[in-house]
Design a binder for this molecule. Structure first.
Ligand code: ZN
Length: 184
């Protein structure tokens, strides 16, 4: 392969490392120029403490502009759609009462739809188990858990929305016909 580095950028984030939770994640963005004229953005996330790292390759046509990103999820394939919520992005799934508010101390949130549901399921389960059996919220939490489990099998249709007024968040849909981007 004769691809060449086109541009490179390094950025220290306020995301705590998901592996050691002491270090911070450093983002390396590199644009590669492929021989077939396509450009690819390679993002490497690396911890400045323990050496944990992960890579992602994104076609440069992916939009990272400020706006509202809407993804309809109705089958297992859609769950593989990639999601990156930047610290200024707000993520919502209203059918599941799921909301992640923007904030610089927000968790590292680079994953896919399944990863978001899994994380949320763990949080709901902990809360559910902490409630007394006669607590009024207990049955509500159990219903949410059941819905989440259906959603994780692709058996419950829902809409995932990210609102990002400064840009940087993105969704890479598995099925682009289910994805809408609205400029704000
Ligand atoms: Zn680390």
């Amino acid at each position: 392969m004769s691809e060449k580095v086109f541009d490179s950028e390094k950025q220290v984030t306020s995301f705590k490392c998901p592996s050691c939770s002491k270090g911070y994640i450093v983002l390396f963005k590199t644009i590669y120029d492929l021989p077939d004229k396509d450009k690819m953005l390679i993002i490497k996330f690396e911890c400045n403490n323990c050496g944990f790292y992960t890579n992602d390759i994104i076609p440069l046509t992916t939009r990272m502009d400020p706006g509202l990103m809407i993804l309809t999820v109705s089958n297992e394939n859609d769950l593989k759609s990639k999601i990156y919520r930047s610290p200024t992005g707000k993520l919502e799934i209203s059918e599941l009462d799921l909301k992640v508010d923007p904030g610089p101390s927000a968790d590292f949130y680079y994953t896919n739809v399944e990863g978001i549901l899994f994380r949320f399921e763990q949080a709901v389960e902990i809360y559910h188990n902490s409630l007394d059996d006669n607590h009024p919220e207990k049955s509500e939490m159990r219903e949410t858990l059941e819905d989440l489990q259906k959603a994780m099998k692709g058996q419950l249709e829902f809409t995932l929305k990210i609102t990002d007024p400064t840009g940087g968040s993105y969704i890479i849909p598995e099925d682009s016909s289910k994805y809408t981007f609205i400029k704000i």
